[in-house]
Design a protein around this ligand. Sequence first.
Ligand code: GAR
Length: 216
Amino acid sequence: MMKRLRLGVLASGRGTNLQAIINATGDGRLRAEVAVVVVDQAGAQARERAKGAGIPEFFVDLGAYPDKRAFEGEIAAILDRHGVELVCLAGYMRILTPVMLDAYRNRIINIHPSLLPAFPGLHAQRQAWEYGVRYTGCTVHFVEEEVDAGPIILQAVVPVLPDDTVGSLSARILEQEHRIYVEAIGLYQAGLLEIEGRRVFVKSQESRIQISGRRI
Ligand code: GAR
C-alpha cells in the first residue's frame, strides 16, 4: 500500500486549483492529502476552502516580517511542522526566494495558465488573447529561481476560439489546469518523475517516456 503524500498548498486567491486537489484526494484519484494551506492574503477564498475540508490554514502577512526571507522562513517552518513532502503553488502570486527553494529543492511545483515559455508572469490568459495566438493552455512545472521557468511536467493545449473573450478562454484553460495539476501530483506521488536538466521524464518499468512539453 503506497503511503499518502503530504502536500502543502500555497495560494493567494480564490483557490479553485486547491479545491481540485482537495477533491482528488477525497475521491481516491490521488493518494495524497493536503496537510496544510498557507495564504499570503487575508481575504483569500482558499482559506474557506481549506476550512471547509478540515485542513489547517495559515495567513502569513509579509508586512509583519522585516523582509521577504524572514516571511518565507515562517512559511517553510509551517510546512515543516506539517510534514509536507511536496509544495504545490496554486495561484500563489509571489516569486520564491532561495529560502523556500533551498528548503524544498525539486519539491515545489506550480500551475501556470499558458503554454510556457510563452506568456510568463501576470495575466497570462489575457496576454495570449491579446497577442492573437490560435492555441494557448496551461503548464505544470517544477519551480526554480527564474519566474515560470522550471522543468515542465505536463502541459495541456486549449484552442483560442474566434468569439472567445478573455473570460471564456480563461474558464476553458482553468478546466485543464484542474485536470493536469492533479495528474502531475499523481505522477510525483508515484515516484515516476525524473528531472534531467530541463527535461522531465516519466519512469516506467520497461521504458522511459519523455513527456516534457507534451500531453499524456
Ligand atoms: C490560476 O489560473 C493559476 O494558473 C494562476 O492563477 C490562477 C489561480 O486560480 N497562476 C499564475 O498565474 C501563476 N503565475 P485559483 O486560485 O482559482 O487556483
